[in-house]
Ligand binder design. Structure first.
Ligand code: 5RP
Length: 267
């Protein structure tokens, strides 16, 4: 790994804890203005101080994030599909590495659709992106997308998708938590960050997911809907930081949900 690549990765996965709290706000690239992200700037601004990295497209970055902000940018460079179209997996590279560098991206994110008709296309594009990332010192985040088929979130499938992404050279991977997650960690020798998925019934469910994932070896979380669709988004991301970086239990971290923003930290 080149110096630049390691340096960029360490802006996302913090060397002190070897973990990360990423905020995913890239959903609009295929879902449009979903609940909680109708106005990206309004959603993102109060959450930024608590995120190690923010995952988003160049369109939202340019229009809705202050360029003076101190947060690592994980730039989604794949797209070309929508929830309304015929094939969710029909995704390709839609942003150049040159533009990613111009935007000071710390990493490039690309979705792979293993087990779908778009498997070959997305895996080849991932490998091409890894080559470009190596050329320019930018790490690549492979996102193991399951599209509409949420039942694919089983250990065997997730381990397969993560292993393939790691074999093709992805520097870190965003995937779903599964009950036997240690098997996924073993299978993929690169850091794994966990997607939150659709908003869960309660905040505590999402905190438990984060806690179980990091306890099983995940390098952190890259939550979107379970943060910005919460009734207390700032409390949620603060609680996630407690779990991911400080080893708090979900019950301890839940104190953040009842706290006044900007008030003293829970001990
Ligand atoms: C799709 C994605 C999403 O755009 C997003 O990042 C998912 O985040 P969450 O599930 O936590 O809302 O990666 O594959």
């Amino acid at each position: 790994m080149s110096w630049g690549l390691r340096n960029r990765l360490s802006r996302i996965i913090k060397p002190e804890t070897k973990r990360t709290v990423m905020l995913a706000v890239d959903h609009g690239y295929f879902l449009g203005p979903i609940r909680g992200l109708e106005n990206p700037r309004r959603t993102i601004t109060p959450l930024l101080p608590y995120a190690d990295a923010i995952m988003l497209t160049r369109g939202v970055l340019r229009t809705s994030v202050d360029p003076t902000v101190d947060v690592a940018v994980v730039l989604r460079v794949s797209g070309g599909n929508t929830i309304a179209g015929p094939a969710l997996g029909n995704e390709d590279i839609v942003t150049s590495v040159r533009d990613a560098i111009r935007l000071n991206a710390a990493a490039l994110a690309f979705s792979i659709y293993v087990g779908t008709p778009y498997e070959h296309q997305t895996l080849k594009a991932l490998a091409k992106l890894v080559d470009l990332g190596e050329d320019y010192g930018i790490p690549v985040l492979a996102v193991t997308a399951v599209g509409r088929e949420l039942e694919k979130r089983e250990t065997k499938y997730i381990a397969l998708a993560c292993r393939v992404a790691a074999e093709l050279g992805a520097h870190f991977i965003k995937t779903y938590y599964t009950p036997e997650f240690e098997k996924v960690v073993d299978a993929a020798p690169v850091p794994l960050v966990i997607a939150g998925g659709p908003k869960m019934e309660s905040e505590m469910d999402a905190l438990k997911l984060a806690y179980e994932a990091v306890s099983a070896g995940a390098a952190g979380v890259d939550f979107g809907r379970n943060v910005f669709q919460s009734s207390n988004p700032v409390g949620m991301i603060r609680a996630l930081r407690r779990i991911v970086h400080e080893g708090w239990t979900p019950k301890e971290a839940a104190q953040e949900l009842g706290q006044v923003v900007g008030g003293p930290a829970a001990t």
